[in-house]
Design a protein around this ligand. Structure first.
Ligand code: DX5
Ligand code: ZN
Length: 221
């Protein structure tokens, strides 16, 4: 399938929001990745629904909201109302398949998509039984909480495992990676079978349109 770039607006320059959003819309990125941090599940606080509403108002891009929060069950409806097209939450919030499945189905019943996220120390086996019910699996390739960290290569085996399991079982979930993505790590993850690539500092530390292009262009080399 065609690879999807999801720039992480955690790294956007908010003194220049209008122009950066315009560049994102003009780029080959199809998605925006919206990191929600509550200072509890992760040791950092980011932003909430007002910023999401503004981003949706200024673009028609698909937004996946990555909830790094301790209580996704309580807060997800606000992100649905604010315009999220997909919501992902962490397996580690519940450490329980049934609780995760219940929330996934609840989110999907609102008419948007739902996915599950695993941290670097969580194995694919923990979520294996959810894979028929998810629209996407997000494999974290850094510890969640901050942009600009280095890629953890143990994520590649998880991507390979998820890609094989998807094929063998004829499933439809997307495989997403998040953390430390640049041209080099993009190529590694892409070859392992990843389909959706979150990139924050790599894209926003250069010309946005060129940054997105330079990732997708790895497909041609
Ligand atoms: C980290 C966030 C990421 C972050 C990625 O907790 O989930 O989405 O923005 O940033 P980079 O691409 O800079 O690693
Ligand atoms: Zn994220």
């Amino acid at each position: 399938m065609e690879k999807i770039i999801a720039p992480s607006v955690l790294s956007l320059d908010y003194t220049d929001t209008k122009s950066q959003l315009k560049q994102l819309v003009e780029s080959d990125a199809k998605w925006l990745h919206f990191d929600v941090m509550d200072g509890n599940f992760v040791p950092n606080i980011s932003f909430g629904t007002d910023i999401l509403k503004a981003l949706k108002k200024g673009s028609n891009m698909f937004v996946d909201a990555h909830l790094m929060i301790q209580d996704p069950r309580k807060y997800y409806p606000e992100f649905v109302r604010a315009g999220a097209d997909m919501i992902t939450f962490h397996y580690e919030v519940f450490n329980d398949i049934d609780a995760c499945r219940t929330l996934l189905l609840e989110i999907k019943a609102t008419g948007i998509q739902a996915g599950i996220v695993i941290k670097p120390n969580t194995s694919v086996d923990c979520i294996r039984d959810l894979l028929a019910d998810v629209d996407m699996v997000l494999v974290m390739s850094v510890e969640p909480g901050f942009g600009g960290q280095s890629f953890m290569p143990n994520s590649l085996d998880k991507i390979r495992d998820l890609a094989k399991f998807k094929k063998d079982n004829n499933l439809a979930y997307l495989i997403q990676i998040d953390g430390g993505i640049n041209a080099e790590t993009y190529a590694l993850a892409s070859n392992a079978g990843c389909e959706v690539f979150v990139a924050g500092s790599y894209i926003f530390n250069q010309d946005i349109v060129e940054g997105v292009k330079s990732l997708l262009c790895q497909e041609c080399v």
